[in-house]
Design a protein around this ligand. Structure first.
Ligand SMILES: *Cc1c(COP(=O)(O)O)cnc(C)c1O
Length: 359
């Protein structure tokens, strides 16, 4: 029996979906995550043709080009290609805080939910969390928790913000609030990390430039393997000095890769061709939400979150009809639109889910 482990399972829902009955059939609509895209033919061609060298020697021209391009997009001096967004986040946190130091984050953030305590386990960093509504940070509430620190009190070295917010349901952090937060933190000598796994979605949905987001952050990690559709890879952007330190941290974590231009080529292709089309994913998420009766203001990008359902039953029955969704809590499911979900697919998913929900 073929089985996959749901990429976003929680402790109370094992998230194992039985794939055996449709494994060989076409027409499955996979809305579990935007990580599930497969490289397009054009992306594969770019990969096949990539010029490569040994990136640990700094000699892979395709990796070097990707790093230069992404750094420029976000208005930073330098960038570093890393295998995963998790490694990107972990390296950034270590750049901003050390053993016995503190990073303040949202209670539902990827860095505290899905990275297996990396900051603590790898680097001795304490994360302290602030509860948010649907992942949307409240600037004043967050700033109220930033501590100066003295001989008695733990100080805050950095704040981490996720944009868009994954568990919140693709929530966009408003540029005005990010700007205010960033300014206040700079005044206090506290660093800002942006987990920008889906920053592309925020930029496309709001028409904000990537540079406008980039310039607010001391470090930022962005994913190529989510909505942009590359098979592997994330990029850290920061100052040249921080990126030099990040390169050493990446090596220490076992992330120094050799002729990895073959993968970076997919990332370059994705950045060149797959950003603007995210608007299609957003439109399809909106369409699905409308059909399922999810309020329009709760769907800002490519994630539809549905609360108050029996997640296991709904996901199981949808899977029986070839529509795969994620259980993110016992009473919550998540549907994510992406490159491999076209108009016909979203229509079919909407029909199946609306039927099951009797909406
Ligand atoms: C996916 C994701 C990451 C990184 O995940 P990897 O699977 O390690 O690439 C980081 N932050 C957020 C918000 C994410 O959604």
């Amino acid at each position: 029996m073929a089985e996959v482990v749901d990429s976003s399972h929680s402790a109370d829902s094992p998230g194992v979906v039985d794939l055996s009955h449709w494994a060989d059939s076409a027409g499955v609509v996979d809305l579990r995550s935007d990580t599930l895209t497969r490289p397009t033919a054009a992306m594969r061609a770019a990969m096949a043709e990539a010029e490569v060298g040994d990136d640990v020697y700094l000699e892979d021209p395709t990796v070097n080009a990707l790093e230069t391009e992404v750094a420029a997009l976000f208005g930073h001096d330098a960038a570093l290609f890393v295998p995963t967004g998790t490694m990107g986040n972990q390296i950034c946190l270590r750049l901003l805080a050390g053993p016995g130091e503190e990073v303040l984050a949202d209670a539902d953030a990827h860095i505290v939910t899905y990275e297996h305590g990396g900051a603590a386990a790898l680097f001795g960093i304490q994360t302290r969390t602030v509860v948010s509504q649907r992942g949307l940070f409240d600037t004043d509430a967050l700033l109220a928790q930033v501590r100066e620190g003295d001989w008695h009190t733990m100080g805050t070295n950095a704040v981490a913000v996720e944009n868009t917010h994954n568990r919140g349901g693709g929530t966009i952090q408003p540029l005005s609030e990010l700007t205010r937060l960033s300014g206040e933190l700079r005044d206090r000598g506290v660093a800002l990390h942006i987990d920008g796994a889906r920053i592309w979605n925020a930029a496309v949905a709001t028409g904000t430039s990537l540079t406008s987001y980039g310039e607010l952050a001391d470090t930022m990690s962005v994913c190529l393997s989510k909505g942009l559709g590359a098979p592997i890879g994330s990029v850290i952007v920061a100052s040249a000095e921080r990126v030099a330190a990040a390169r050493i941290l990446r090596k220490r974590l076992g992330g120094g890769m050799r002729q990895v231009g073959i993968v970076a080529a997919a990332g370059r292709y994705a950045v060149a061709h797959h950003i603007d089309r995210l608007a299609d994913d957003h439109a399809r998420a909106t369409q699905l939400a409308a059909r399922l009766g999810v309020p329009a203001d709760e769907v800002q990008t490519n994630i539809v979150r549905l609360d108050g359902v029996d997640a296991a039953v709904l996901a199981g029955r949808a899977a029986d009809q070839g529509v795969l969704i994620s259980q993110v809590a016992s009473d919550r499911v998540r549907m994510v639109t992406h490159l491999d979900v076209d108009q016909a697919a979203i229509q079919r998913a909407a029909d199946v889910l609306a039927g099951l929900l009797q909406r």
